[in-house]
Design a protein around this ligand. Structure first.
Ligand code: GDP
Ligand code: MG
Length: 232
């Protein structure tokens, strides 16, 4: 079984060496793991560091934002015939050792989300995550402890779907709404997460409030749109 590990990275030169080292040293995961760093228009040495540490690198033509970066990785996985793709943060927040738990939860699910015990770290984020959980539940019926988590595993049906449509900014909750609307099965599993290992988070302060507002509307619209779209 071949798994492409998609690592979206915007200025993550500090965290990547340790992360890629951990991925190389993964103990007995029953799969062939290929890491690909999606360098999303970084202004630091992200691409060079990733290459030096043995990863494949896709360099975006400019900063596309997390959605564009992730979809590029998904397209690579789908078009090169990988069986699964995993998505993990380039900041070291998602321990590669936990990938086995995502794989273990795949069963007959098409998309697996890793969530952490205590939820996001800051109060503002916890409130936002709670609200988005409610919105997703009410509008789409998806039960997910942390719809904002970017620690994910995509099976073949998710790769096929997201190859053609994937949301752009703040994509994680919206992607769940699209998946559900198109009949995919979503599962989740408890994982351990760490703090970001260097670099800076994309979401803080005012951006967090905008994020919650934007995603609330986007989730509802994405669900309705995907339900109305004729199936191929
Ligand atoms: N900040 C930012 N991160 C991006 C972008 N594109 C890809 N990423 C990467 O996406 C991942 C998730 O972003 P992060 O800032 O860690 O989000 P958080 O974990 O929710 O705080 C990280 O590995 C980033 O390096 C972008 O345009 N901006
Ligand atoms: Mg992060």
């Amino acid at each position: 079984m071949r798994v492409l590990v998609i690592i979206p990275a915007y200025n993550e030169e500090h965290a990547l060496p340790a992360l890629l080292g951990e991925l190389r040293a993964l103990p007995n995961l029953d799969a062939q793991v290929t890491p690909v760093v999606i360098d999303d228009g970084s202004t630091d040495a992200t691409a060079k560091v990733a290459e030096e540490h043995g990863a494949r690198v896709l360099r975006m033509c400019k900063n596309l934002g997390i959605g564009g970066a992730v979809q590029s990785g998904i397209r690579l996985a789908f078009r090169e015939g990988f069986d699964f793709a995993a998505q993990i943060d380039g900041d070291g927040q998602h321990p590669p050792g936990e990938l086995a738990k995502l794989m273990g939860a795949a069963g007959d699910a098409d998309l697996v989300v890793g969530y952490r015990d205590k939820g996001p770290t800051t109060l503002l984020r916890r409130i936002g995550s709670w609200w988005l959980r409610v919105v997703l539940r009410v509008t789409t019926g998806v039960k997910c402890n942390d719809p904002t988590s970017g620690f994910r595993l995509y099976g073949p049906r998710a790769l096929a779907l997201f190859d053609s449509e994937y949301p752009y900014d703040y994509p994680e909750p919206e992607a769940l709404a699209i998946a559900r609307a198109r009949g995919l099965r979503v599962n989740e599993v408890l994982v351990t997460m760490r703090e970001r290992q260097g670099g800076q988070s994309s979401i803080a302060g005012f951006a967090a409030a905008y994020y919650v507002f934007k995603v609330t509307i986007a989730v509802a619209l994405a669900y309705v749109r995907a339900r109305l779209k004729p199936r191929d």
